[in-house]
Ligand binder design. Structure first.
Ligand SMILES: Nc1ncnc2c1ncn2[C@@H]1O[C@H](COP(=O)(O)OP(=O)(O)OP(=O)(O)O)[C@@H](O)[C@H]1O
Length: 694
């Protein structure tokens, strides 16, 4: 059975597409009802299985919901010949509707194909140069859940020469659709260069360099959804994780995966990952201390400090059993300790192995003496008090947080283990001004918590997940990359970032170096060059900063012309706040979200000014609604976010808010690239860097 309606031989194509939509919706309803009515008593009498099954069924019922405002399908492929059966999800037809999920009719024939199915690849990848057996590609446009438009591209056969793809109007409309609420998915319009990354294989790590608004975040999230589809069982076992820079960003992206039917993906910041009870982050480092603490050399300092706890025995072991005494000489114990030290084992695992090794050596003596001890005897000897005492003396238990506490509190201990790694100035920079008395009372900083995580991993191997997506990666320190890397040591990663947007003193300089710290040197690096968010005029303005902040990077190629989208105005200092309010009011005259971005230090004053003017505002991380559309964004939290209209307050203050000028200019570059439809820059001071040149 062909999957869709008969070929277009006349009549109103839109009406026929709508008919297919109704049929598909009805079929989805039936699928849902069938799932709801599944009587699991027929399947299992075991209550544990029943509970698990019931939960799975409920998940499936949820997944089969027909959401009124999410189109069931968004595209159609007409193949010139049936694609290989293997790829066709069992369909023999030549026409496929592509949507968010698979829908089939009563006979099991597909009405809508999941966007992640192999046959859907052509929807995203086929071009006139490489038609992939596609004659026509149709994209659908919806207005409020109604199918209202379509756009055709003839990729092969008659008419293909005249068909000029250009920038799809539907794509343009989709990008410019006013933003309310959290980030939305892009399944309907994933572009070929993005799709290549989304569908790349689970086994390899991909690193994506892309300028502002090139879709890195979107691509990372769609890749997770794709991998979960293609490797569902494996990833259900091993787990997936999305890492973002802060809570506001995570709340902004949190709806994308559930909207794609994926409810089980954990989202966290690096700070969340390394958090442990008892090590409460209450302190802050200055830039110098944080930089040294984040340096990869710290891993070696920790390793040395930990191994220094192992000492060679000064006496042998005497095990008394009944009337007999068994002795291990000092040199025998030493040999066993050295053997464990030479092996690539975690400290804790080696500590657990040592009593067994000692017991085994005792057993060998027993056998030599004609006894026939079994495994139980070995276990008993391993628990013997003398053996335990030896283990505690030569391989003592180490608490990771205490180890770090000592390094940061005790100059001599630090000097001993940092020798040849950190110079005196670096050591002085990381020592706490006031030594801490206990783990509980110490004022741990974010960088300290990462050190504790490293120490923990040296003691006990960190659990690795199947796949990790790391967004805004350019801001991570080498030690943070290591923390992320051990969480995917046996899995793979998608690393997303933009070297021009690095705003930490330790920001990544090259991806090769970052990947080395992550432990994924073999990763391939991809580049996204087309910009979807920022209109051409605005990106050209922001890109004036590139020679100063990232000379090797090219300007993003915006897919959208939007004349009049940029307004830069000089105002007198005493008129600045009033001008900001006026710009916000004007922006509120448009549909969609508005971000007022300002230096962190300017935020309190602007918050009061907004309140006095009766303009309600939100904080980043709070969802915009049709009623509440204005967010006051401290520049330090703007990364990764976007608004239909942005008002940028005093660029010079944004730059001055950072430790040095290059970092300040990068922060400004981030702030300048958040707008989808319009950017208004208001300044009383001189514009920073290359923006000053007219
Ligand atoms: N193929 C696409 N179709 C429609 N919209 C897209 C597409 N790719 C990206 N976008 C939209 O462009 C905007 C920017 O995407 P995204 O936030 O993923 O970019 P980014 O590269 O992570 O940006 P930044 O570097 O600023 O964090 C989002 O609104 C996203 O939905």
């Amino acid at each position: 059975m062909p999957a869709g309606p008969p070929p277009d031989t006349g009549g109103d194509p839109l009406a026929r597409e709508r008919a297919h939509l109704s049929v598909s919706r009805a079929a989805l309803r039936v699928m849902r009802e069938e799932t709801e009515n599944l009587d699991i008593r027929d399947v299992t009498a075991n209550w544990v299985n029943a509970a698990v099954l019931q939960a799975q069924i409920e998940e499936r019922v949820k997944a089969l919901a027909d959401l009124a405002d999410t189109p069931l399908f968004f595209g159609r492929l007409d193949f010139t010949r049936p694609p290989g059966l293997k790829d066709a999800e069992g369909a023999e037809g030549e026409r496929f509707y592509i949507g968010r999920r698979h829908v089939h009719d009563a006979d099991g024939d597909p009405l809508v194909i999941d966007w992640r199915a192999p046959v859907s690849t052509a929807y995203y990848q086929a071009s006139r140069q490489r038609p992939m057996d596609v004659g026509r590609r149709r994209r659908f446009g919806y207005t409020g859940g109604e199918l209202t438009a379509y756009e055709d591209e003839v990729l092969s056969g008659p008419g293909s020469e005249q068909s000029d793809p250009g920038t799809s109007k539907l794509l343009q409309r989709e990008i410019e659709r006013p933003r309310v609420g959290p980030m939305r998915d892009i399944v309907a319009t994933i572009q070929p260069e993005q799709d290549g990354i989304v569908r790349s294989d689970l086994s390899g790590t991909v690193c994506v360099q892309g300028g502002p608004g090139t879709g890195k975040t979107a691509v990372g999230l769609h890749r997770v959804a794709y991998l979960l589809y293609a490797h569902r069982d494996r990833l259900a076992r091993t787990g997936t994780l999305v890492i973002g820079p802060n809570r506001s960003f995570l709340s902004y992206i949190e709806q994308v995966l559930p909207a794609l039917g994926e409810m089980e993906v954990r989202q966290a910041t690096v700070a969340d990952l390394v958090a442990v009870p008892g090590v409460e982050v209450r302190g802050e480092d200055d830039a110098r201390a944080a930089t040294v603490k984040g340096d990869a050399r710290m891993a070696e300092v920790l390793r040395r400090a930990l191994r220094a706890h192992v000492s060679m025995p000064t006496e042998g072991v005497v095990v008394v059993r009944g009337s007999r005494r068994w002795r291990l000489a000092v040199y025998e114990v030493e040999e066993l300790v050295r053997e464990l030290l030479d092996r690539d084992m975690r400290y804790g695992a080696a500590r657990e192995a040592l009593p067994q090794r000692l017991a085994h050596a005792v057993l060998v003596q027993m056998e030599r003496a004609g006894e026939a001890p079994d495994d139980r005897v070995q276990a008993t000897v391993a628990r013997n008090a003398a053996v335990k005492a030896t283990v505690n003396a030569v391989w003592p238990k180490v608490e990771p947080a205490k180890l770090v506490l000592r390094l940061l509190s005790d100059p001599e201990f630090l000097a001993e283990h940092a020798e040849g790694l950190l110079d005196a100035e670096e050591q002085a920079a990381i020592l706490w001004p006031k030594p801490a008395r206990s783990v509980k009372s110490a004022k741990w900083s974010a960088a300290d918590a990462v050190l504790v995580d490293e120490a923990r991993d040296l003691v006990e191997r960190t659990h690795s997940l199947g796949h990790v997506v790391l967004d805004e990666a350019q801001d991570l320190s080498p030690m943070q990359y290591r923390a992320v890397g051990r969480r995917c040591s046996t899995g793979s990663a998608t690393v997303l970032g933009d070297l021009a947007q690095g705003t930490t003193p330790w920001a990544t300089r090259t991806w090769a170096e970052a990947l080395r710290h992550l432990g994924k040197e073999e990763a391939h690096i991809e580049e996204l060059t087309a910009g979807f968010r920022v209109p051409r005029e605005v990106i050209a303005y922001a890109s004036k900063l590139l020679p100063a902040i990232a000379p090797d990077l090219a300007e993003v190629r915006s897919v959208r012309e939007s004349p009049g989208s940029l307004l830069v105005r000089h105002v007198a200092e005493d008129a600045r706040d009033a001008a900001v309010l006026a710009a916000c009011r004007e922006a509120l005259g448009h549909e969609g979200s508005i971000g007022l971005i300002a230096a962190d230090t300017r935020v309190p004053a602007l918050a009061s000014a907004l309140a006095e003017a009766g303009l309600a505002h939100l904080e980043p991380g709070t969802e915009t609604t049709r009623e509440s559309r204005l967010t006051l964004v401290p520049a330090s939290l703007a990364k990764g976010l976007e608004y239909d209209y942005v008002v940028l307050d005093e660029p010079a203050a944004v730059v001055a808010g950072e430790a040095d000028e290059p970092t300040g200019l990068r922060r400004l570059y981030v702030a300048l690239t958040r707008a989808v439809s319009g950017l208004t820059v208001l300044h009383a001071e001189e514009l920073p860097g290359a923006l000053a040149a007219a």
